[in-house]
Design a protein around this ligand. Sequence first.
Ligand SMILES: [Zn+2]
Length: 265
Amino acid sequence: MAAPDSSQDPAIRQAAQLLWKARYVMALTGAGISVESGIPPFRGPGGLWTKYGEPPMNGYQQFLDNPRRAWEERLNPTGPSEILRTTVASANPNPGHHALVAMEERGLLRYLITQNVDNLHRRAGSQNLLEIHGNSTLTRCLQCTSRYALADTPLDVLPPSCPQCHGMLKIDTVAFGEPIPPDVLAQCHQTTERCDCMMVIGTSATVYPAAWFPMQVRDRGGVLIEVNLYESELTPMCTVSLRGKAGDILPLLAQAVADLQSADA
Ligand SMILES: [Zn+2]
């Protein structure tokens, strides 16, 4: 099927105008954009937790109680963890990820907040990226928050320790019951305070703290652009809602804004 001409779609044209007029554009992404790369969601139809049951709600406490065992389980995953590990390892960024990189490179997109831990935004090339739930390919020091590639972290002694401060290293992915890493959360707040236009992509943004960011933008008079397959609780607050896959819509949107930029140049 041929891609529709973005200039023919009034909703995309309207969204492009809003992005073009905004002073500080941000995006918030969730599981939907990863699903398009073949990564199963946690909840909902086909969700890993829907199928296998919710993981323990005290994962962080379990880690602190026995970090060695938590690390051993991480390195030898079974059940849903193993499925997730395998699918993430074979997944690739999709056109939605790449369109966000294109918007960043054109100076339009200032910051991207993601709830995803699968590293696909980094692999696509996103630079100003805030991973509020961490990144499953990194380790993080619980003492000084330094991060290291998991692949470069010596694992002969578990739990591994931080080369800089000798604090304990944990997988960067935020566990249940674990606070959002304070450095990331602070940057999310600083950037959201400046944001006057946020694209909310592949997420219903109903889980805090992610839900806080679009609310904050809207409360301060900014506009929200939704890109999602389905209506969500956020839909009534959005100026434009674009229904469909991020991988279909974001390239059209990026092109429509680029057209406005070059028409203005
Ligand atoms: Zn450290």
